[in-house]
Design a protein around this ligand. Structure first.
Ligand code: NAD
Length: 563
């Protein structure tokens, strides 16, 4: 195998080890999988998703990471500093094999402008969440989150468990945004998504996430309205700027039932295309005159949020879907931007309080059958959980795998470790064709501080307290995850979030079982503790339900002594 190719990268498959242990092998394969053209959005530039979220700093850095993982011993740890492999140290067999820190900046310096300056100097890179921590699994990684969000929205606002006869309008069909139409379809709704880049529309048509693409806004809208009236489940991409679609809807007084946005507005330089520019013109202006680009982009984002608020006032159920678009617009003088609620406090907080979040696994065999076997196991283990049952059957029906076959499921406290330990046994007995990587998004219960997303509107006001994700990363290192990452920026952008990730390989050994038992209990467990500390009843209930396994000496606000 040519390890150092930079084109059409695919992760090795099967049971044969290329590295000296499955911890290293899992990290290597998931890094390569991120860069698989079927997985990453722009692998030629090492960009995986989410604006400029990269897997490695440069191709030279990538080559050195691969070479080092191939020779890394089972008592050594490789350190990655913003996508660049900087050192190998002697540690212990039970330690992580890779430690990653991406995009971190000291608070006062944590502005997009300063980050861009340091990136230009070759000193850092943007790691997003799962791009630089090597656990991106394609658009499936967000489908279930979108599905869960829309399920909660439908229950709360429509008293229903589906979106039949409802129109969901949004923008952005990138790595994450591309999941929106399929999630709406899984709930029998109609999705109409604006996207400026025709290649992204084509990609989602090819993967079955979109049913039809249009270049004419009136035609796309009329098809969407016909589908809504017929109660048909249908997904449409329309090639245009978000503002063009929203302007048209407003001019015609057409009100979507549900409205959001998933352009990469958290990064106005790379992730948002201003009105009046197509993608090629945008690329030129971005490199010729980045200041002018930023000015135009921020202006368009402000108008975009004004349009969202106008439709919200007309009755569209509108929510921010985690791209920090409200803050960008607020900074441009759109004082009503925060009239739009964030999706986490509105629809996800209860799940976080129960330790539930975007848990995922990938089959290193490369065989879809391994994922189906694990689906069966999950359905058996969690037969009393109707939402999980519904998700697994929908996932089986609709999800097309990208790269290594993978599955995501919002499992909670006590479920993740139980499931992974059984999978480890299936690897040991040979019922699964090869080891399995367990990981998760950084967008999880105890792993992130992000006041405009995961920790928005915390009950105790602790939105910006960032001790929790740091404790999370340290705890996962102490628990023996195979690779652990700590990042800044992520989905809401530089200055707006700190978060960590942890990944562990089930290779069928006792060593793996120990790691999985510790990591997959402790990691969500810290999220439950974080939410109980903030005063959430559901989190307290979770602590009580597992009172024999939690030990929490002091929770809740605790003031300094008077001096
Ligand atoms: P991406 O960079 O892969 O895709 C963004 C897409 O938006 C691109 O296809 C781009 O062409 C399109 N776009 C940009 N400007 C546009 C405009 N004016 N009109 C129409 N289309 C436009 O990003 P992604 O991975 O899809 O992520 C999207 C956003 O969601 C990011 O801000 C990301 O950080 C955030 N995110 C949210 C979650 C969540 O759980 N809610 C998770 C991950 C990422």
């Amino acid at each position: 195998m040519n390890w150092l190719t930079h084109e059409n990268i695919t992760a090795p498959r099967g049971r044969t080890l290329n590295c000296r242990g499955w911890g290293q092998e899992g990290a290597l394969r998931m890094l390569m999988n991120n860069l698989d053209p079927a997985v990453g959005e722009d692998p030629a530039h090492l960009i995986i998703y989410g604006g400029r979220g990269r897997a490695a700093r440069s191709w030279d850095a990538y080559d050195k990471i691969v070479e080092t993982l191939l020779r890394l011993e089972n008592d050594q740890t490789l350190l990655i500093q913003s996508g660049k492999p900087v050192a190998v140290f002697s540690t212990q067999p039970s330690s992580p094999r890779v430690l990653i820190a991406n995009s971190n900046l000291v608070g006062k310096w944590a502005s997009l402008e300063e980050f861009n300056r340091l990136e230009d100097l070759g000193l850092t890179m943007y790691g997003q969440m799962t791009a630089g921590s090597w656990i991106y699994i394609g658009s499936q990684g967000i489908i279930q989150g979108t599905f869960q969000t829309l399920v909660a929205l439908a229950a709360e606002h429509f008293g229903s468990d589906n979106l039949k006869g409802r129109l969901y309008v949004s923008a952005g069909l990138g790595g994450m945004g591309g999941a929106q139409p399929l999630a709406a379809k899984m709930l029998d709704g109609v999705a109409l998504i604006a996207e400026v880049d025709p290649r992204r529309i084509q990609r989602r048509l090819d993967s079955g996430y979109l049913d039809e693409g249009f270049t004419s806004i009136p035609e796309a809208v009329s098809r969407a309205l016909a589908a809504r009236s017929a109660g048909e489940s249908y997904t449409i991409g329309v090639q245009c700027h978000a503002n063009a679609l929203l302007d048209y809807l407003l001019s015609q007084q057409i009100v979507p039932d549900v409205l959001s946005d998933q352009t990469a507005a958290h990064d106005p330089l790379v992730g948002y295309v201003p009105d009046g520019l197509d993608v090629d013109a945008a690329r030129l202006l971005r490199s010729d005159d980045p200041q002018e680009y930023l000015r135009r982009s921020r202006h368009a984002i402000a108008q975009h949020v004004r349009n969202l608020v106008s439709l919200q006032k007309l009755g569209a159920l509108t929510f921010d879907y985690g791209n920090n678009i409200r803050r960008e617009a607020f900074d441009q003088g759109v004082t009503e931007a925060f009239a739009i609620p964030g999706y986490v406090p509105a629809y996800i907080r209860d799940l976080f309080s129960q330790g539930k979040g975007p848990f995922r696994w990938a089959a290193l065999s490369g065989q879809a059958e391994d994922i189906y076997r694990m689906d069966e196991l999950a359905l058996k283990l969690f037969s009393d959980n109707p939402l999980l049952r519904r998700w697994f059957s929908l996932a089986r029906q609709y999800i097309q795998f990208q790269g290594l076959p993978a599955r995501i499921a919002y499992m909670g406290q006590g479920e993740r470790d139980t499931f992974a330990l059984r999978v480890n046994e299936l690897v040991a007995t040979g019922e699964l064709a090869a080891p399995v990587v367990f990981g998760r998004d950084h967008h999880d219960t105890g792993s992130v501080a992000s006041p405009y997303r995961e920790t928005e509107a915390m009950m105790d006001g602790s939105d910006a307290i960032a001790d929790w994700p740091i404790l999370n990363a340290l705890l996962n290192v102490a628990s023996g995850a195979h690779w652990v990452a700590f990042h800044h920026g992520g989905g809401t952008g530089i200055g707006y979030s700190l978060h960590s990730g942890a990944n562990t390989v089930a290779d069928g050994s006792d060593d793996s079982a120990g790691r999985l038992r510790r990591v997959l209990w402790n990691d969500p467990g810290l999220g439950v503790v974080r939410h109980a500390d903030a005063g959430y009843d559901k989190a307290q209930d979770t602590l009580t339900a597992f009172s024999d396994r939690f030990d929490t000496p002091l929770l809740g606000p605790t003031k300094l002594p008077n001096t």
